[in-house]
Ligand binder design. Sequence first.
Ligand code: GLA
Length: 391
Amino acid sequence: MTLKELSAVAAAGFKKTYGRLPRWIAAAPGRVNLIGEHTDYNDGFVLPMAIERYTVIAADRPARKTNQIQLISALGDKPASIDLTKPVKPFPKGTWANYPAGVIAGFLARELNPGGFDAMIHSTVPLGGGLSSSAALEVATATLLEAVTGQKLDPVEKALLCQKAEHDFAGMPCGIMDQFISVMGRKNHLLLLDCRSRETKLVPLDDPSVAVLIVNTNVKHELTGSEYPARRQQCALAAKIIGVPSLRDATAAVLRDAKGRLDPMVYRRARHVVGEIERTVHAAEGIRASNWLTVGQLMYASHYSLRDDYEVSCAELDAVVEIAEAIGVKDGIYGCRMTGGGFGGCCVALVKADGVDAILKKIAADYKKRTAIEATVFSSRPAAGATVIES
Ligand code: GLA
């Protein structure tokens, strides 16, 4: 479904629910990260792109003036309401409305009070699939609130406000990648983000001969809750023992020297991060030079490192990467790796555009044979970041 079609669905859904057409429609994309995994909270580099999958919020003032925000999701979750006459507090852990609520709290903290409104939310970003459905919901909310309040935030401030919502309201200590790319994505470009300086560089990915495939394993191992913060702590510990502010400051040589002082598991975590930061910078250069073979090799190396050193992969993600390797460059796949936090979710593959249809089918069939699970496989061009579609 295109963004235009999704907006029309959201407008119709709003009308059906609230009995009138919406005044605002805001949209924010999900993302896929080409390379640079678990580097954002280590001050490193990431190289994501926004995808043509969006969360869209249609909204209007309530029929009768109130200070209530009414949030209804077309995905069947329980409706939620927020009373603006009281401080906005998190809902119980796991409630979907914590994402919009955290963003609303962020606006209120800046003295930007949107006043009451009715909202209807639709999304084509698979939930919990590692394509940043939560960042898309946060950034769509922030984009809607900019329209409602008439106050546009600086893009960096907007992304940080959304990250804080995820920390404080959803209890997930994420880095900055997902919110930055959902805000700043650009059509036909990847975003090389320096997570230390927050400087961004656009890397064109508009060569019609290559395509990006996303393979959703359709599994989610419920480990992420505790594993993600544990990885963050292990990285912080490694940096402390090495004596650097963050792993961004540790080179491979520095790490080797410190090996004897690090617990073997902590050493492997740090080795992933140091190697991955280097691979990400090289991959950006490779993409600029259309050096697809090199980029593909870097993607495989990233996967092995995430699997063996960082230990955030799982059997299903590994199966997809092995299937991609077996298909190989000869039949159109340059590289493949898990993408996002891990423990399920999606793989990303860089492929020859003219082979897309055959590759989609082959991956899905081989994955089904190996795991008995139906994968969802689709391609996406790099998409634009969040926008207001109607106001
Ligand atoms: C999740 C987090 C991001 C990033 C990735 C791993 O998607 O939200 O900040 O840390 O995991 O690269």
